[in-house]
Design a protein around this ligand. Structure first.
Ligand SMILES: [Zn+2]
Length: 466
């Protein structure tokens, strides 16, 4: 009888403790959201980063200004440490504005909008004019063979699949065409490559992005450019009427030797586990068009806001919470690799990393790369997040910059915002400050702070916190 009584007493006290910690956590999440929505700094940081500095391709003046600006702003937060981590990054130059047209007969031309793909070589001096072979994917190259491709421009025209609800899946279905299209077409003797822009919207803005020649010998490099979706539809329909038409494009892009740049790192030291690290980040570089507002200025200022909120709430974390603004995600991930190398060299114990690199849109939740046990542990917190309309807790992709930190025992996560409009602006002239909604950006920062708070309070399966 006594044993049963003790058992019930224990169960009761556990229930009380669980109830009070639930209450304590839900009050904390409310305070975090109030801070982000009432005293938020993320939006004004983003305004400066995008409208005063602008785009920030690795190795550019913009990228260096962004390093200096975020370093200074983080210093103002009275943190325990703010540092710059040196990293060598590629430097690719777009050159003068690209020019392209479709020629149906000599002198009869229609201008179309293109952007050189990041990493592409230039066209020959004076531009390149050739007949066009339209294909959907690499299989078509094999079917057509060298006879039909040699000396021509390969035009990859596969629209992103609109049936996907998560637009990142539609992007993933086509991104290999942009990344490896030139390398594959060059094997069949193509002289250039035009790729349909990776967006679900039909407009006149081409979307750039990284490409690679892989193991192709340097003398076989061919120029590659993205064409707007409207341009792609026009070219495709004109080819049906006149398969012998010619496409002309001129671009003067080239690669320079690597240059020195930096990751920006700032932290609040943990009070109980100073040697256990929780990382939150985004990438500071962007493409060299537009202002890199959603990709990924938003993620950087949201990550900075996590530390700002903790400071202003006088929250003393148990673990060391570190913001990392990674350099060179877009064309090399050199910043992420350097960070990982330094973590390994210093034997720093990272238990959790969260990245925001999917746009500053309304947050819906998070996707997690971790063990099933860790996922179950995190998923049980879902009811705390639901009042903020954060319901998406799924296993999946986390982020490009934190992926190198993957090892047994670490939990990686990505902020999961609504993705419907992300690819309207991604890597295009249209990714500007005015496309970011202040409240949506702030809600994302609050969501990230909330998750980091919970991890800081309870740890992970392998590293539970007291
Ligand atoms: Zn990005």
């Amino acid at each position: 009888m006594r044993t049963i009584l003790t058992y019930f007493c224990l169960l009761f006290s556990l229930l009380i403790t669980a109830q009070s910690s639930l209450e304590k956590d839900s009050i904390m999440l409310r305070k975090i959201h109030d801070q982000a929505l009432v005293n938020g700094q993320s939006y004004s940081w983003l305004e400066h980063l995008t409208t005063q500095i602008g785009h920030r391709l690795s190795g550019s003046v913009g990228a260096e200004k962004a390093v200096a600006y975020t370093f200074e702003e983080l210093q103002k937060l009275d943190l325990d440490q703010v540092t710059l981590q040196e990293v060598m990054v590629p430097k690719w130059i777009r050159g003068i504005k690209e020019y392209a047209y479709i020629e149906t007969s000599p002198g009869n031309t229609t201008v179309t909008n293109i952007l050189a793909l990041g990493g592409s070589t230039s066209t020959p001096i004076g531009g390149l004019k050739a007949e066009v072979v339209e294909v959907r994917d690499f299989d078509d190259l094999e079917k057509l063979g060298r006879d039909k491709i040699a000396g021509k421009i390969v035009f990859y025209n596969q629209p992103m699949e609109p049936r996907h609800i998560q637009t990142f899946n539609a992007y993933g279905g086509c991104s290999h065409l942009r990344y490896s299209g030139a390398k594959e077409a060059a094997r069949y003797g193509a002289v250039g490559v035009i790729v349909r822009s990776l967006t679900l919207s039909l407009d006149d803005y081409p979307h750039t992005g990284v490409m690679s020649y892989g193991d192709l010998p340097h003398d076989q490099y061919i120029p590659a450019a993205a064409i707007s979706t409207k341009g792609a539809d026009m070219l495709s329909s004109m080819l049906k009427l006149q398969p012998q038409l010619k496409f002309y494009f001129n671009q003067t892009s080239y690669m320079m030797p690597d240059v020195l740049s930096h990751n920006v790192i700032a932290e609040i030291k943990g009070s109980v586990y100073p040697d256990r690290y929780i990382v939150v980040g985004g990438h500071l570089d962007s493409w060299d068009v537009g202002q890199g507002a959603h990709d990924d200025g938003a993620g950087c200022v949201q990550a900075m806001e996590v530390l700002r909120i903790f400071k202003d709430l006088n929250y003393q974390p148990k673990h060391t919470i570190r913001v990392v603004l990674f350099m060179n995600e877009e064309n090399g991930i050199k910043g992420a690799l350097k960070y990982r190398d330094e973590v390994n060299r210093k034997n720093e114990n990272h238990i959790f990393a969260l990245e925001s690199d999917a746009g500053g849109f309304s947050p819906r939740g998070f996707s997690f790369t971790c063990s099933e046990e860790d996922f179950q542990r995190v998923a049980q917190w879902k009811p705390l997040f639901e009042p903020y309309l954060l319901h998406y807790f799924e296993r999946g992709w986390s982020g490009v910059d934190i992926a190198p930190l993957k090892r047994d025992g670490i939990v990686l996560a990505g902020l999961h915002p609504d993705s419907q409009r992300y690819f309207d602006y991604h890597h295009a002239e249209t990714d500007t400050f005015d496309k970011v909604n202040k409240r949506e950006l702030e809600l994302g920062a609050a969501a990230m702070t909330s998750l980091i708070y919970m991890i800081d309070q309870y740890g992970t399966v392998q590293f539970p916190a007291e």
